[in-house]
Design a protein around this ligand. Structure first.
Ligand SMILES: *Cc1c(COP(=O)(O)O)cnc(C)c1O
Length: 354
């Protein structure tokens, strides 16, 4: 491609590739970790009532009410909350706000693949620390000083969880660097690091309403941290786009956080289906990592990852395969409804017979 008019900053940039959103046919969609259940009816109601003549007005640039609601939910103050258009945006602003060129940022080699993209975009030095052979987290290697650390917990795409005691060790090893904990999947069975926030001023946790609150289409995410640290993210945001969340997203986000009962029920169903699917796939000879997320990471000794992905696609099931060293024989499978997972298991069985 002719890149004559592209800034020198982006000549070698490789953007993030999101999972496929098919338009041509109906698939059982287990490739992007969306929630199989709809958002709370109260969320839909809130969006409907926010869709009125006030849309001609800009939204609240500070997202004050949403931040108040999130703060109450977590037992924090609104100054400890920062909201953005999905946690991807929040992560991007955080990378810019906390990490400096020339000071190496560390994260695992197998983790959310957006982290190296942000690091490249912002011209940061970074090191991808290899996970252990069994994909457990090499805590010792995160105790060395660095310009910052990012930990996805539970990790994607492995689903494995790091206990809070280990996160404390990483925070304590170097109190002068920010440690970001991406908790996109923490609602599906991991212990959240939010309880550590008032003890560690260098901790930032990042959250999304896309997964456990069924709002991927709405784009709402947030970060939590000390007021001083959140002020840094606000400074970056207001230098880039001062009105990040629109009126409908603000209304939806608030209603979603408030409806605790619906949230509990929906995540309970996802976790129960995950356990049933894990058992079923192990019976079929799959190796399945124990997961605390709304997906499982699976491999089978008799079929390669790419082959299995294609076989599932031919049978109407979309899952995620990563063309990456060490995990080429693995698939990441989002947890759908019981029926969808049953269909996925049957398709696997069919492929294994062939
Ligand atoms: C899905 C995901 C996100 C981003 O979610 P948004 O939809 O942008 O809020 C962030 N981190 C991880 C690890 C994810 O899997």
């Amino acid at each position: 491609m002719d890149k004559r008019f592209w800034s020198s900053r982006i000549q070698d940039l490789e953007p993030y590739i999101p999972g496929e959103q098919p338009k041509d046919r109906v698939f059982i969609k287990l490739n992007t970790n969306e929630n199989p259940y709809p958002p709370s009816p109260k969320v839909l109601e809130a969006i409907r009532s926010a869709a009125d003549e006030t849309l001609r007005l800009y939204p609240d640039p500070e997202a004050s009410q949403l931040r108040q609601t999130i703060a109450e939910y977590h037992g924090l103050t609104p100054e400890q909350v920062f909201c953005g258009n999905g946690s991807d945006e929040v992560l991007g602003l955080c990378f810019y706000a906390f990490f400096s060129p020339g000071r190496r940022v560390i994260f695992p080699d197998i983790t959310y693949s957006f982290y190296p993209v942000y690091a490249h975009l912002f011209q940061l030095d970074f090191e991808e620390i290899p996970l252990n052979e069994d994909f457990s987290f090499p805590v010792e290697k995160f105790l060395r000083g660095s310009g910052g650390a990012v930990v996805c917990n539970p990790n994607a795409p492995t689903g494995r969880t790091l206990p809070l005691e280990e996160i404390c060790r990483i925070l304590e090893a170097d109190p002068n660097r920010v440690v970001m904990v991406d908790e996109a999947y923490a609602d599906f069975g991991a212990r959240s690091a939010v309880e550590l926030l008032n003890r560690y001023p260098n901790l930032v946790t990042v959250h999304t309403l896309s997964k456990s609150r069924s709002l991927a289409g709405m784009r709402v995410g947030y970060a939590l941290g000390s007021p001083e640290v959140m002020a840094a993210v606000r400074c970056v945001k207001n230098s880039f786009n001062s009105y990040p969340l629109d009126r409908l997203a603000l209304a939806a986000g608030e209603a979603a956080i408030r409806d605790v009962e619906y949230f509990e029920e929906s995540r309970r169903k996802v976790m129960a289906t995950r356990e049933r699917t894990t058992a079923r796939l192990r019976e079929l000879g799959f190796f399945v990592h124990d997961s605390n997320a709304n997906f499982i990471f699976i491999t089978h000794p008799a079929v390669g990852g790419k082959e299995l992905q294609q076989g599932l696609r031919d049978r109407g099931v979309l899952v995620r395969w990563f063309d990456k060293p060490r995990i080429r024989d693995y698939l990441r499978v989002s947890i759908g409804t019981d029926q969808e997972m049953e269909a996925m298991c049957r398709a696997c069985q069919d492929i294994l017979k062939g």
